[in-house]
Write a protein that binds this ligand. Structure first.
Ligand SMILES: CC(C)(COP(=O)(O)OP(=O)(O)OC[C@H]1O[C@@H](n2cnc3c(N)ncnc32)[C@H](O)[C@@H]1OP(=O)(O)O)[C@@H](O)C(=O)NCCC(=O)NCCS
Length: 251
């Protein structure tokens, strides 16, 4: 009986081609590998996303909470046609991106989460997921939203995304933006980077284990340093906490 119910609850995934792993050398000389992770690897990623749910800076809290739920949804077969890519440096998890195939022509971009700042690893991981939708799945467009000003700069402005405001995005029903094939082709030479195949040792290291981020984003000492709170006149709870902390200056 319970087995039959599980069959009803569990959507049937469309067989999708795998994202071919790629690598690139970052400005600081680090080798970044971006690869698709399997469902079985999700429990290795969740513990590194969970702490970010409490980082009230640059909208890490809301994005990490949603990513956690989406990864769990993928792991427990509660979402259809999702995929997850991981970006790793020496095995260390530095970014996670995910998305979903809505139908043959339209891709849904879910989230991009950088676990190491200042290297553009988030931007590279996002580019890889666009590559997956347009080059590997051969879709016509990807629907995207931004939940943070940094996300807006990275996706809407850098790719010059088109408005699709009449289409509510799966993420919270916000108005969608679209990366069309034309926009993607225009960005191909500048924003979509990386080489294939990944050297065997490099890929092996990434596949061996998903290592914890060594310098993950942390909550600011003074919560008012969170960019969002700084300009939020309703952040009275944070003002109270600041008073208790003894009027710390912005961190
Ligand atoms: C959006 C995001 C994926 C971009 O990742 P990224 O390309 O690797 O870029 P970073 O986050 O490292 O840097 C973004 C900016 O913050 C600055 N920055 C660098 N290190 C920083 C740090 N330790 N703290 C705060 N800002 C930092 C960078 O200089 C960069 O400025 P620029 O846009 O002028 O280049 C990442 O900021 C993130 O995960 N944010 C939280 C979740 C989120 O908003 N996701 C996107 C949802 S739409």
């Amino acid at each position: 009986m319970s087995i039959d119910l599980e069959k009803i609850l569990r959507p049937t995934d469309t067989p999708l081609p795998e994202y071919p792993p790629k690598y690139m050398t970052l400005a600081g000389g680090e080798q970044l590998v971006i690869r698709q992770v399997t469902r079985e690897e999700i429990p290795e990623i969740l513990p590194h996303v969970e702490p970010l749910m409490h980082v009230e800076r640059d909208f890490y809290d809301i994005v990490a909470s949603r990513v956690y739920a989406e990864l769990l949804g993928y792991y427990t077969y509660r979402v259809q046609d999702e995929y997850v890519l991981a970006a790793q440096i020496d095995g260390e998890l530095v970014a996670v991106v995910n998305g979903r195939m809505a139908n043959k022509d339209v891709g849904i971009s879910y989230h991009t989460l950088a676990l190491r700042r200042g290297l553009r690893v988030g931007a590279h991981a996002f580019a890889a997921k666009m590559e997956y939708h347009l080059d590997i799945l051969g879709q016509k467009e990807v629907l995207i939203v931004a939940e943070s000003p940094i996300g807006f700069r990275r996706w809407m402005i850098e790719y010059k995304l088109e408005k699709r405001f009449h289409v509510p995005h799966e993420l919270g029903g916000c108005p969608s933006w679209s990366l069309t094939r034309e926009l993607y082709d225009a960005a191909r030479d500048t924003l979509i980077v990386g080489r294939r195949p990944v050297p065997e040792q490099l890929l092996k290291k990434a596949q061996q284990a998903i290592l914890p981020p060594t310098d993950p984003p942390r909550p600011p000492v003074d919560l008012l340093a969170a960019t969002r709170s700084l300009y939020d006149s309703t952040a009275t709870a944070l003002l109270e906490q600041r008073k208790k902390l003894g009027g710390l200056r912005d961190a």
